[in-house]
Design a protein around this ligand. Structure first.
Ligand SMILES: Cc1cc2nc3c(=O)[nH]c(=O)nc-3n(C[C@H](O)[C@H](O)[C@H](O)COP(=O)(O)O)c2cc1C
Length: 362
């Protein structure tokens, strides 16, 4: 197997095993949270990836982060995403939409009615969040009542349906990086005593209900899941990741989803690595992500440790990353200062290897 060979994923055959990782870039309309035309240009430029996974996209109005984040919970947003998926498909690319809910990592200053963000338990994330009144500590969230959880599952269901209507090839459920689903998964953030807290089965319940809802809308072959067992952003952690994620791996295996996407850099200490265990428990396509370069990705695929490798920062700076890898060409360096600032600069102006006629975003 080579990084450049075709590979099946769900019902699709992907052109190569180089995946564009989900990357929030804050380039959508600040009020409507609809992607602007530049977003279609950006993804079109990167359509030679075997698969693009879109930026994390909010599934509800109680999930609001920095200005420029995108959403997919109303009909106008569905319409606004259509040119994006069409642009990628016109170039022969494939694109899944990553769906997320911030949970405790939102802030009342950004939420409708200044409501408190919701979470499994009233435990604040560690760190700060940017708000209209400057940097603020993460707030103590409001713990969801048991009967309120069904609505959050419903929000993901509708978002998955909307993603299908907008022309996405599938959805990725974002259960990584300390957002709502991850907050339910890990016992450092989830101290509930109902059927969504306590045992690993209970803590995985929200994720699995959301996965089942997305499958009901789109079919298992169009649903992927992203997890980050070793990422401890903003104080998210678990006392027994092996037990937790083994359960998750087994359950996802039973559901036959399109892929499992695991953030686990090669530098992860061996005793903390979950990729080998998950590879045994989950026999579908595995995407690995985190600090990979061309050579480490090639090794991971050639050694059968992964079916695909996702690249984040390298795709920000190199729209033609696949071609650069193929030719062993030099790479552009990502400009961190423009990751989240809005506008075209640092977004759609990274140079290609060769002059290329840019199509106007449709
Ligand atoms: C600007 C930026 C935005 C990101 N946004 C998301 C996101 O929306 N969803 C997500 O799951 N991960 C997000 N990530 C994490 C990346 O998907 C990826 O896991 C991380 O950058 C490590 O991969 P890399 O070393 O190839 O960049 C983001 C990372 C960066 C740098």
């Amino acid at each position: 197997m080579s990084l450049f060979s075709t590979a099946p994923l769900g019902n699709l055959t992907l052109a190569n095993r180089v995946v564009m990782a989900p990357l929030g870039r804050a380039r959508s309309d600040e009020q409507t949270r609809q992607p602007l035309p530049r977003v279609a240009t950006y993804y079109r430029q990167r359509a030679s990836a075997g698969l693009i996974i879109s930026e994390a996209t909010h599934v509800s109005s109680e999930s609001v982060s920095r200005p420029g984040g995108s959403a997919i919970h109303d009909d106008a947003q569905v319409e606004a995403w259509k040119p994006v998926t069409a642009a990628v498909h016109a170039e022969g690319g494939r694109i899944f939409q990553q769906l997320f809910h911030l949970g405790r990592k939102a802030h009342p200053h950004r939420l409708p009615g200044n409501l408190l963000p919701v979470a499994p338990s009233a435990i604040a994330a560690i760190g700060e969040i940017s708000t209209p009144s400057g940097q603020q500590p993460f707030p103590v969230p409001r713990a969801l009542e048991t009967e309120e959880i069904a609505q959050r599952v419903e929000d993901f269901r509708i978002a998955a349906r909307n993603a299908g209507r907008a022309g996405f090839d599938g959805v990725e459920i974002h259960a990584a990086n300390g957002y709502l689903i991850d907050q339910f998964l890990r016992d450092g953030a989830n101290q509930r005593d109902d059927r969504y807290g306590g045992s690993v089965e209970n803590r995985a319940r929200l994720l699995l209900e959301i996965v089942d809802a997305a499958i009901a809308e789109l079919g298992a072959e169009r649903v992927g899941v992203r997890i980050s067992p070793n990422v401890e952003y903003d104080g998210i952690r678990d006392s027994d990741p092996l037990a937790l994620y083994s359960h998750v791996g087994r359950e996802l295996q039973q559901r036959g989803i399109a892929y499992l996407h695991l953030i686990e850099p090669d530098t992860t200490p061996p005793e903390r690595r979950l990729a080998p265990t998950l590879r045994e428990l989950f026999t579908g396509p595995l995407i690995l992500a985190g600090d990979f370069d061309r050579d480490s990705a090639r090794q991971a695929v050639e050694q059968g440790r992964a079916d695909f490798v996702a690249f984040g920062r390298l795709f920000i700076a190199n729209p033609d990353l696949v071609e650069r890898f193929r030719r062993e060409a030099p790479l552009n360096a990502p400009d961190e200062a423009s990751f989240y600032v809005g506008g075209d600069q640092g977004y759609i102006d990274y140079p290609f290897l060769e002059p290329r006629r840019e199509a106007v975003a449709g």
